[in-house]
Design a protein around this ligand. Structure first.
Ligand SMILES: Cc1ncc(COP(=O)(O)O)c(C=O)c1O
Length: 433
């Protein structure tokens, strides 16, 4: 297949030091490029000229953005930070700041070159762009069996690649690293292998311990060392919400970012859950690979920017500007701590309720959880869907059935309602058997 010369240039830049990354890209990933020629470059060339009739927005007579006062009055941001387009890869200052924040939150990334994060329209879009760039119709994505259901739409239905699940948990209740290894070892060596991991996990609320995280990194690195071309997506949607000691607090992206030349780590993260801005739609895609240099990262960023341009053109400018202001605010750390403390207090309350009610173990068991927004219970006798419906009808209590387990969002349940929530679960389950 022949590519546009601009795509070929990016592919050549990648191949110069990391030919294996080219093998990891999908056909669309190989073909995509961020158009440097055409409208964008001509518009850039006209910047600062006396007459600039290139831009596809509308301006007032004085050159400021033409806006409707009913909107401008409701927005405190400068007009140019809210109403105009943001660049396809995102505001450069926001991208730079998020990179610094990633390095701060995962200190073992220090000294490891990683790409500059590219802004996506939140994490779903990040997953969808990762699927665009890396998944072809016959590809397989290995994923723990407890996964966020939207992967079916964003990956399988969008690209045709299939999700192949492995056990999330061992019978003893740890992360099933051996199941991941079996998947990697069970398919022909030397091929592309895509692995998708999400910690803290939706739906289970589980993050690996430090030892489990090290074991996960080892099996992925071993597969890369054996010749597989491994792409690992790290969906860090709930990053930072770790509530127990001994649980791995950095992103698994950090140890993977320089693990092996055959292993490309793709961090999918953002403000949605971390900063409690679900409707803002701001996320990021960041790359890490051993020996990663400016040329390979810039090429991957350009491909990601191109995929975004062809898909949504660019992400919300007002949301990016608001986050930039919040992240630069001196009160941000204290505000984050208050939110963390609230969610941790709910987590602690759930733990206390389960400990205070050993009889609940006759009706349901809690799956391992230590982080994030959720925890899950597995009904022992009752059918999960029948139980869910009974909880709605007879106990005015809503939960989500994830194929036989019920997910409880303690993040969204006021503390005083947690005790009745579990009491209702118990009573309803007992009534069913
Ligand atoms: C694991 C996981 N990844 C991604 C997302 C999507 O987040 P966003 O709202 O930023 O698209 C969610 C949202 O529920 C999620 O649970």
């Amino acid at each position: 297949m022949s590519f546009d010369p601009q795509a070929q240039q990016l592919n050549d830049a990648i191949s110069a030091t990391h030919p294996q990354v080219l093998d990891m890209l999908s056909q669309r990933g190989k073909a995509i490029y961020f158009p440097k020629l055409g409208v964008l470059s001509q518009s850039a060339e006209a910047q600062g000229k006396n007459i600039n009739a290139t831009i596809g927005i509308a301006l007032e007579e004085d050159g400021s953005p033409l806006v409707l006062p009913s909107l401008a009055d409701a927005i405190k941001l400068p007009k140019a930070s809210a109403f105009t387009y943001a660049p396809s890869p995102g505001r450069p200052d926001l991208r730079k700041l998020w990179k610094e924040m990633i390095l701060q939150k995962s200190p073992s990334l220090a000294g490891k070159p990683i790409s500059t994060p590219v802004v996506t329209a939140a994490l779903t879009h990040g997953i969808s762009m990762a699927a665009y760039l890396f998944c072809d119709v016959n590809d397989t994505v290995f994923i723990p069996d407890l996964y966020w259901e939207n992967y079916d739409l964003a990956v399988t239905l969008a690209t045709g690649a299939k999700l192949e699940t492995f056990n999330t948990f061992t019978p003893a209740g740890g992360f099933d690293v051996a199941a991941l290894k079996a998947k990697l070892d069970g398919s022909p060596r030397g091929g592309k292998k895509i692995v998708s991991l999400n910690f803290p996990n939706n739906p289970s609320g589980y993050t690996p311990t430090a030892a489990e995280a090290a074991a996960i990194v080892k099996v992925l690195t071993d597969a890369a060392a054996a010749g597989d071309k491994v792409v690992v997506w790290l969906d860090d949607a709930y990053f930072g919400l770790v509530f127990e000691p001994g649980v791995y607090e950095e992103s698994v992206f950090a140890p993977l970012a320089d693990a092996h030349k055959n292993l490309l780590a793709v961090k999918i993260d953002g403000a949605t859950k971390e900063d409690y801005v679900w409707g803002f739609r701001v996320g990021f895609l960041t790359y890490g690979i051993q020996g990663g240099n400016a040329a390979v990262y810039e090429a991957l960023e350009a491909k990601t920017g191109g995929a975004i341009r062809g898909n949504i053109s660019n992400s919300s400018h007002p949301a990016q500007s608001l986050l930039l202001a919040a992240w630069s605010s001196p009160s941000y750390p204290a505000e984050k701590k208050r939110a963390f403390d609230l969610l941790k207090s709910r987590y602690d309350k759930v733990r206390a309720i389960l400990a205070a009610h050993p009889e609940y173990a006759d009706a349901f068991v809690a799956l391992p959880f230590n982080s994030g927004y959720f925890m899950c219970v597995r009904p022992l006798k009752a059918d999960a869907e029948v139980l869910r419906k009974k909880l709605l009808a007879d106990y005015s209590t809503g939960t989500v059935n994830f194929g036989g387990i019920l997910r409880v969002a303690f993040s969204a349940t006021p503390t005083e309602k947690l005790e009745p929530l579990f009491a209702n679960l118990y009573k309803a389950a007992k009534e069913l058997g």
